[in-house]
Design a protein around this ligand. Structure first.
Ligand code: GAR
Length: 210
């Protein structure tokens, strides 16, 4: 993306909205050169909608339709229309627990990013912090990546490591990963919007913009 412009972000989430809150704060302070145009959740009454509303951010529930893990065709079109109408430059998935494919990704090429609570390609899918704990790794973390047609497979923008402690429970490990997410995600979104990150094949490269 380019320099000197104020961008519009959409955030899609299904949960508590701690990443959304960190990104909103980073927009407020100017760390991220963007405004929060809209927050959308597939879960009615989700914490992310309440937290967005408290910050005066437009917050909408859009029903996902008949499937459990993805949007049905009608819902997908409703999501696309809402995002196009809000004229967003970047779609930020923050705990959005539905797979986005086909028409949705074609509508926003290289404009959808996600945060995953593990160091990809390790532990894709659900409850990645629990997968890491069950496996017995000593270091895990979080990954910001572009969303492509696979599950947690798109080009990686950045990663942050987090130690696994001997007495960690799934909850304590997830909380430590989420602290790292609240640093990494705003920093990666800012770098992307400032034009510092470019996709090169399967990965991305960083260049400094003054
Ligand atoms: C975050 O930890 C995020 O990494 C995870 O959901 C949580 C949402 O928390 N996402 C996934 O597991 C995606 N596969 P939040 O609603 O407090 O930001």
């Amino acid at each position: 993306m380019s320099e000197g412009k104020k961008f519009k972000l959409a955030i899609l989430g299904s949960g508590h909205g701690s990443n959304m809150a960190a990104i909103a704060e980073a927009c407020r302070t100017g760390q991220v050169p963007a405004e929060m145009a809209i927050v959308i959740s597939d879960v009615e009454g989700a914490g992310i909608l309440t937290r967005a509303g408290e910050r005066g951010i437009r917050a909408e529930h859009i029903a996902p339709g008949k499937f459990r893990t993805k949007l049905d065709e009608a819902a997908e079109q409703t999501y696309i229309a809402a995002l196009q109408q809000a004229r967003v430059d970047l779609i930020v998935l923050a705990g959005f627990m539905r797979i986005l494919k086909g028409d949705f990704l074609r509508a926003f090429p290289e404009r959808v990013v996600n945060i995953h609570p593990a160091l990809l390609p390790s532990f894709p899918g659900l409850e990645a912090w629990k997968q890491a704990l069950d496996y017995g790794v000593k270091v895990t973390g979080c990954t910001v990546h572009f969303v492509d047609q696979g599950i947690d497979t798109g080009p990686i923008l950045g990663q942050q490591t987090v130690p696994v402690l001997d007495d960690d429970s799934p909850a304590t490990l997830h909380e430590r990963i989420q602290q790292a997410e609240r640093d990494l995600y705003p920093a990666m979104i800012a770098a992307l919007l400032r034009g510092e990150i470019q996709v090169r094949g399967r990965t991305t490269v960083r260049r400094r913009v003054n």
